[in-house]
Design a protein around this ligand. Structure first.
Ligand SMILES: Nc1ncnc2c1ncn2[C@@H]1O[C@H](COP(=O)(O)OP(=O)(O)OP(=O)(O)O)[C@@H](O)[C@H]1O
Length: 275
């Protein structure tokens, strides 16, 4: 269990996350949704220890990240996570296979053994990009790079998987492939997984828990079927939608239009206590 307790994160002078309390459960996919600028990336980076928290704490097992804690920048904290950032541009002269092998960095010696190479090859294959193994990473398309970086994430052995908009450059088939793998790895390795998605229908299909970042209100967490309503979407996004149901009872969000006027303003303080 990963517990966030009354977490506050500031960027510049603005308080982006305020008084956020929630738990992330191993074996479940937690999907973070919310309008632009509401702090989804900020949340992921704070969990990774890449942005300092200014109040509260984050606990994993017997380790805790606190304000001004140096732990977050250390290997010990980060070893719990496999993190795929939103920006996948890599300015390095490595092939796709070498990028995946780097997922094992903490355990690599001068000699890369056959087992590591075999595992990296399997990960590329699972992601459907084995044919790109020998290509320079800098020459790949955005979508191809996302699949290679996800193969790298699967090389790690984390307790928590953090994926920031991992399907933003992928076509439909690859979106499904990647998110199916996310769910499979989460279950198989009992990971607490946090994924940022903008596509609300994909979010509802793949989330065991949705975390909804709402401008000026509370962050709420719950199962998509319990949480999603036309009123919540209107309140959160300033958009008018109809909620349909798919064959498994999952919500399907059908846009009708905007509610008019400007989108809801993003206030300096974006959170009240989370669920
Ligand atoms: N370096 C910074 N200094 C000050 N404010 C920042 C900085 N980086 C981001 N912000 C602000 O923090 C807020 C949250 O940004 P964040 O990237 O977490 O949002 P997001 O929900 O991931 O957005 P998007 O959906 O557009 O990717 C935004 O209002 C953004 O302008």
């Amino acid at each position: 269990m990963i517990a966030l307790e009354q977490v506050e994160v500031r960027r510049g002078t603005a308080c982006i996350i305020q008084d956020l309390t929630l738990s992330l459960t191993p074996g479940l996919v937690h999907v973070v949704i919310g309008p632009n600028g509401t702090g989804k990336t900020t949340l992921i980076r704070a969990l990774f220890g890449d942005l300092p928290i200014s109040r509260g704490g984050i606990r994993i097992g017997d380790q805790a990240l606190r304000p001004n804690s140096r732990l977050g920048r250390g290997q010990a904290w980060r070893s719990h996570f496999a993190y795929m950032p939103q920006d996948t541009h890599l300015d390095i002269a490595l092939t796709a296979l070498e990028v995946v092998v780097v997922g094992r960095l903490g355990r690599l010696g001068l000699h890369i053994d056959d087992e590591t190479l075999e595992l990296a090859t399997q990960r590329l294959d699972a992601a459907g990009v084995l044919h790109l193994a020998d290509r320079d990473i800098g020459t790949l398309s955005g979508g191809q790079r996302q699949m290679v970086l996800f193969a790298q994430v699967m090389m790690r052995e984390p307790r928590v998987m953090l994926l920031d908009e991992p399907v933003s450059a992928l076509d439909l088939r690859h979106q499904i492939r990647l998110l199916d793998l996310v769910r499979l790895e989460t279950r198989k390795r009992d990971l607490a997984t946090v994924v940022v998605l903008h596509d609300l229908n994909l979010a509802c299909q793949y989330a065991d828990r949705l975390i909804v970042m709402r401008p000026g209100a509370s962050a709420i967490m719950g199962a998509p079927t319990d949480l999603i309503s036309a009123a919540l979407i209107a309140d959160t996004y300033g958009a008018s939608v109809e909620i349909l149901r798919d064959g498994r009872g999952n919500p399907v969000i059908q846009p009708i239009g905007s509610l008019g006027g400007d989108p809801p303003p993003v206030p300096p303080a974006l959170f009240s206590p989370g669920a």
